[in-house]
Design a binder for this molecule. Structure first.
Ligand SMILES: [Zn+2]
Length: 336
């Protein structure tokens, strides 16, 4: 992740993303991770943990074949505006040494006069095991054979609820990748999701606000859509038709579309349909900057052929923002 328009105290799901990995991964990689959109683009070279390269690659191979220059970059200026994130970034090494190794050593020394035990077991061994659990469960949750693609099969993620016990709630990973802006992984009240509960607690304490959620209706619709798709061997694409019929929408010429966009409305043309995405700019899981690149332009290729394969849910969200149908075809070089 590392990607979104996140106000410092506004939470979307940061699991499996820049911040989550930054905290978990070895600190020596921090400098490169901060520049990369970590695991934003799934299952391609730009994804540092590209699941198509196999289980071991996703577990630790990506660290051994460490090539941050091939990773996609994402503008994370929104995160870097947060003074706490900036402070952590600047002082990560000292925080790790003092908090991760020094503190357990100190406690073991004061408590039972065993600083070596504290350093080895509660320091180094704990860090080693924590990283192994993070890497292993991350690899498992992108292995086809390990779980269910409950909501979307547009990427390699699967749901494996019981893994949530090990990784603080990230087990329902297919949900996370289908609804990446939702702060939850385990959407049911009984799903183990420590991260969700912590964010809710922070909301109660006033430390976070506006946790983003997808409606239960959309979640159930995605589940049923995927169920139907599974029955047809994954060959049929279902997009619901409960949005405005194209024939009922006004027709707009390209010049009028550009004029409207120049008034400050966030308009994008996709597949010959004009969409007003003004209210969606801050909610795009891939970040606001990607949307800015296609405003007042033909975004068809970016939406369908970009690095991220949009789910049926995403297509329905887009369909809900239709405002007009384009007359004719977009110019071949709209901005030329
Ligand atoms: Zn993932």
């Amino acid at each position: 992740m590392a990607k979104k328009d996140i106000e410092p105290t506004e939470f979307k799901n940061l699991d499996d993303t820049y911040i989550g990995k930054l905290e978990a991964a070895a600190f020596v990689y921090m400098h490169d991770l901060k520049k990369a959109g970590f695991h934003v683009d799934d299952d391609i070279d730009k994804d540092p943990q590209d699941a198509t390269k196999g289980f071991f690659f996703r577990h630790m191979g990506w660290l051994l074949a460490y090539k941050p220059q091939t990773w996609g970059s994402v503008n994370i200026s929104d995160l870097m505006e947060d003074p706490v994130v900036r402070w952590q970034q600047k002082n990560y090494l000292i925080i790790f040494v003092l908090g991760g190794l020094g503190l357990p050593t100190f406690i073991a020394h004061i408590g039972w006069n065993d600083w070596q035990g504290g350093l080895v077991y509660a320091g180094f061994l704990r860090v080693f095991l924590s990283l192994q659990v993070v890497f292993f469960s991350g690899a498992l949750m992108h292995a086809d054979w390990a779980g269910e693609k409950t909501y979307s099969d547009k990427n390699s993620s699967v749901n494996m609820s019981f893994i949530s016990i090990l990784n603080n709630g990230e087990g329902n990973h297919n949900f996370h990748h289908t609804f990446p802006s939702d702060y939850r992984n385990g959407v049911q009240w009984y799903n183990i999701d420590l991260s969700k509960w912590m964010i809710l607690l922070w909301c109660q304490l006033g430390l976070a606000r506006n946790p983003v959620t997808v409606t239960g209706f959309e979640i159930e619709r995605a589940r049923r859509r995927q169920e139907r798709r599974n029955r047809h061997g994954g060959t049929v694409e279902y997009v619901d038709e409960d949005h405005e019929d194209l024939s009922t929408l006004p027709v707009m010429q390209w010049t009028e579309y550009i004029e409207q966009a120049n008034t400050g409305r966030c308009l994008v043309c996709i597949n010959g349909v004009i969409h007003d995405i003004s209210d969606f700019m801050g909610e795009h899981p891939g970040g606001r900057d990607l949307l800015h690149q296609v405003l007042a332009d033909d975004g068809t290729s970016a939406f369908y052929n970009g690095s991220h394969d949009h789910s049926s849910h995403a297509k329905n969200v887009l369909a809900g923002m239709r405002i007009a149908v384009l007359e004719g075809s977009p110019p071949t070089n709209p901005r030329g």
